[in-house]
Design a protein around this ligand. Sequence first.
Ligand code: HMG
Ligand code: MG
Length: 298
Amino acid sequence: PLPEQVKIVEVGPRDGLQNESTPISAVDKIALIEKLDAAGIDYIESGSFVSPKWVPQMATSTEVFEKLNRKPGVTYAALTPNMRGFEGAMAVNATEVAIFGAASESFSQKNINCSIEESLERFAPIMDAAKSANIKVRGYVSCVLGCPYEGDIAPEQVATVAEKLYKMGCYEISLGDTIGIGTPDKVIKMIQAVSARVPMNKLAVHFHDTYGQALTNIYAALQMGIKVVDSAIAGLGGCPYAKGASGNVATEDVVYMLNGLGIKTGIDFQALLKAGWFISDKLGKPPISKVSSAYLAN
Ligand code: HMG
Ligand code: MG
């Protein structure tokens, strides 16, 4: 059975823009975020507090959070790899933070310069500080359906890392197909393994659309009981440490599918399309969304 309602976690301003080479000003990022919350999205990952040498596009995150006009009830989240990042996010009142680990050792090394075990050690003080400050922490697991360096990743390995993040106190675990390589059969096996150790209602899916499989994979996940879907407006981005990874599945495509299925999201579809056209115009390229292109043409 499909859910009646799905929560969209909009990651375009972070996951999307972090891999766009055209610099986007803080002012334009803020305009994008404000268009997204005007469209009714109530969770927006708005930036990250990581090394600007590693991810230059996120260097303006402090300014973005500082100058943002916040809509009540909306979560403006930040990615934080270590205590320094957490402190940066708290200094500008991010609503909540996300820590990000991986199910693949090689990807962990390339992305955050440490092993999976070391990453969990770096996350521990963030969990403690967040608990004292009453800040919610979301946890990501990358490479859940395959790794650009190691190939196949065992569902059990994904489950092990997801369970560790959950037991550390993450309220939700987002399962990332970082390189968009999975197919529905793999999604089903992976979610079966993870949901045996972390409750289904604590899981989200985060699929990149590199191989055009994201919508199908999301549909498979919804049928299994997943109710939270990460996506990026206009299909922005990719991942700088996963070569060839294209953007996240486009929010427009996901919402179109959910609307067709009669699943509620609370999102104003026309306003959503406009947010996508706005940022695509700033990037000087068309939206990577078939749905958005179809509406543009008609
Ligand atoms: P490190 O080299 O292990 O740590 O990097 P370090 O403490 O030795 O610091 C190295 C440099 O970074 C130093 O600067 C620090 O000052 C600076 P330098 O001396 O070279 O000038 N630094 C920082 N700067 C700003 N904010 C900070 C911070 N911490 C250290 N918080 C580190 C470790 C994690 C910092 C580094 O590897 C890094 O920033 N990596 C970037 C990770 C990243 O943002 N990746 C993309 C996001 S993850 C993703 O997209 C996947 C996801 O979408 C899910 C999916 O799709 O699967 C979430
Ligand atoms: Mg991602």
